[in-house]
Design a protein around this ligand. Structure first.
Ligand code: 6U4
Ligand code: NA
Ligand code: NA
Length: 158
């Protein structure tokens, strides 16, 4: 049995661009990603998503504007944990994105997403999100750069 650990991952998007954060420390360091982190005890998934978004890039989103668009699961060779990630997207936000201790923020045109500087699984499921599809993905990593087996599917509902 794998021990499940729950995380959030939030993407802020406009009609033409996506906001990514270049992670300066910790898990996924030196990679661009959405904003998110561990869900704390006594916190709902949505509350955790909004808290991490605020902490990592200083943006505020209303609960009702946050859409759960995907569900991802990651395991790593030789590790007992299953990382379970709820993925959210919003195109309505308040504030101006700011660099923080954890992230340097940057907008990317959809045609210029830096997949070579992101987790390898992103290139597989992120295009579905950009097409406004709902998705499920399960990835097993052999090491931090290499995906072993994986499965991705489009969902009809979350
Ligand atoms: P600390 O450093 O304790 O504050 P915290 O911000 O709670 O950490 P963190 O940053 O370690 O948590 O959470 C990992 C983040 O990386 C989550 O948003 C999920 C995301 N993530 C993990 N594996 C991923 C992967 N393979 N592809 C991806 N995002 C991933 O796109
Ligand atoms: Na984080
Ligand atoms: Na964090």
């Amino acid at each position: 049995m794998l021990l499940k650990k729950a995380y959030t991952l939030v993407f802020i998007r406009t009609a033409t661009q996506i906001l990514l954060g270049f992670k300066k420390r910790g898990f996924g360091v030196n990679l661009y990603n959405g904003f998110g982190g561990k869900i704390e005890p006594n916190e709902t998934i949505v509350d955790a998503a909004l808290r991490e978004l605020k902490e990592e890039c200083c943006l505020t989103v209303r609960k009702s504007d946050l859409k759960n668009v995907g569900h991802l699961e990651f395991s790593f060779e030789g590790e007992p944990n299953l990382m379970v990630v709820s993925v959210f997207s919003s195109n309505i936000y308040e504030g101006t994105p700011k660099d923080t201790e954890e992230m340097s923020v940057k907008w990317f045109n959809y045609s210029e997403i830096p997949f070579q500087k992101m987790w390898p699984d992103d290139a597989i499921w992120l295009p579905l999100m950009l097409e406004n599809k709902l998705f499920y993905g399960r990835f097993h990593y052999i090491n931090n750069n290499t995906i072993g087996h994986y499965k991705v599917e489009e969902l009809k509902s979350m």
